[in-house]
Design a binder for this molecule. Structure first.
Ligand code: NAD
Ligand code: TDX
Length: 332
């Protein structure tokens, strides 16, 4: 397959490109990424010529059209992705997530190319904390809370409309919180690891009771690949690995892995409108496509992630001070 991977220099996209090159040498991979603050050409550098990076924007219709014309399938990861940034300034989220997805859709419509659209469980809003057996399914109504989630919800609805109205051959997936190598240090897990590695303290929003459903990025990407290969056009697949944890629990596990006292962190200002709990019911994906996660020992996968950040300081250190300065301004 000739794959066009939008956002392939970001966290999940770069991991997808790495695994595609390793496991599907028969594919050719072109990455379209505008290298925002979250994009990293260095994340693709170890691959040499095995993947081609085109630096450009998904809202650039002629460029997107030209690249889509040379592809058999598009895997669409590119987006603005950090909830806190969307609260501070939502404008880039509207442009990249809505106009960008529209631009990709128009190109795949014109060129008759298969699309997989990568989305998030945040489109469903949040769940109460009390009963962990209540989880999101593909039938859960959309109810996004943040500007980030609202623009991802809108992008999903555009994809569904283009399938129904124009017969575009697209699938969608909504995944839970990812962790693993190459995640930007603004996000929860890498922020705490790199705070501790740089002599800062870990920072927990509010009480830390909020629950996220964690999945290793490699497991997310095997699910994306399975959907690309065998998913039904028009179908939405929910991706999750049955790993609900409170933020406090995750932080204490990390502090333990890094040899710190379990109370060695600061409580900081809570996020506005902070979603309480996300949880995915992945039964449909498992039953239909036979997918299953393999990184299911959360503490072990977290320890491996800590090792990766220890070993790859040159990748994240240049980003760290600016991210922390931004958080400090917001009291976080
Ligand atoms: P990321 O922020 O690490 O990477 C996003 C990438 O997209 C960056 O390389 C950036 O340069 C690029 N990009 C942004 N705007 C662009 C534009 N206008 N044109 C071209 N490139 C652009 O994000 P991520 O965590 O890797 O997320 C990838 C996708 O997966 C997103 O669509 C996100 O909504 C979704 N998702 C993420 C998670 C998670 O936990 N991180 C969970 C579920 C779904
Ligand atoms: O320093 C922090 N302290 C803290 O307690 C940070 C950065 C976060 N948090 C909390 C907020 C959330 O409850 O940790 C939880 C996870 O925060 P993020 O890493 O910002 O992730 P979240 O808001 O849950 O969204 C993530 O998962 C879904 C990704 O950023 C999204 O792109 C994805 O769609």
């Amino acid at each position: 397959m000739r794959l066009l991977v939008t956002g392939g220099a970001g966290f999940i996209g770069a991991n997808f490109v790495h695994s595609t090159v390793a496991e599907h040498p028969e594919d050719t991979v072109t990455v379209l990424d505008s290298l925002t603050y979250a994009g990293s050409a260095e994340a693709l550098a170890p691959l040499g010529d095995a993947a081609t990076l085109v630096v450009g924007d998904i809202t650039d219709a002629p460029l997107v059209d030209e690249l889509v014309a040379g592809a058999d399938a598009v895997v669409h990861f590119a987006a603005e992705t950090h909830v806190d940034n969307s609260l501070a300034d939502p404008s880039a989220f509207v442009t990249s997530n809505l106009v960008g997805t529209f631009t990709v859709l128009e190109a795949v419509r014109r060129r008759g190319v298969r699309l997989h659209h990568v989305s998030t469980d945040e489109v469903y809003g949040d769940l109460p904390l009390e009963d962990p057996t209540v989880r999101f399914t593909a039938d859960t109504p959309y109810n996004p809370s943040s500007p980030y989630a609202a623009t991802k919800a809108g992008s999903d609805l555009l994809v569904r409309a283009w399938v129904r109205s124009y017969g575009v051959a697209a699938t969608l997936s909504n995944c839970s919180n990812n962790f693993g190598p190459y995640q930007h240090v603004e996000k929860f897990i890498p922020r705490q690891i790199t705070n501790l590695l740089t002599g800062r303290r870990a920072k927990l929003y509010g009480t830390g009771a909020n629950v996220r459903d964690w999945i290793h990025v490699a497991d997310h990407n095997t699910a994306v690949r399975a959907i690309l290969a065998g998913g039904r056009v028009g179908q939405t697949y929910l991706i999750g690995a049955d790993c609900q944890r409170s933020n406090l629990d995750v932080l204490r596990t990390l502090l333990g892995i890094m040899g710190r006292d379990p109370d060695d962190f600061d409580h900081v200002s809570d996020r506005a409108g902070h979603d309480l709990r996300y949880a995915i019911d992945p039964t449909a994906l498992r039953d239909e496509l036979g997918w299953a996660p393999v990184h299911t020992d959360f503490a072990a996968a977290l320890a491996a992630t800590v090792h990766w950040y220890r070993d790859n300081e040159a990748w994240w250190a240049p980003l760290k001070d600016a991210v922390e300065a931004g958080y400090a301004k917001r009291g976080q």
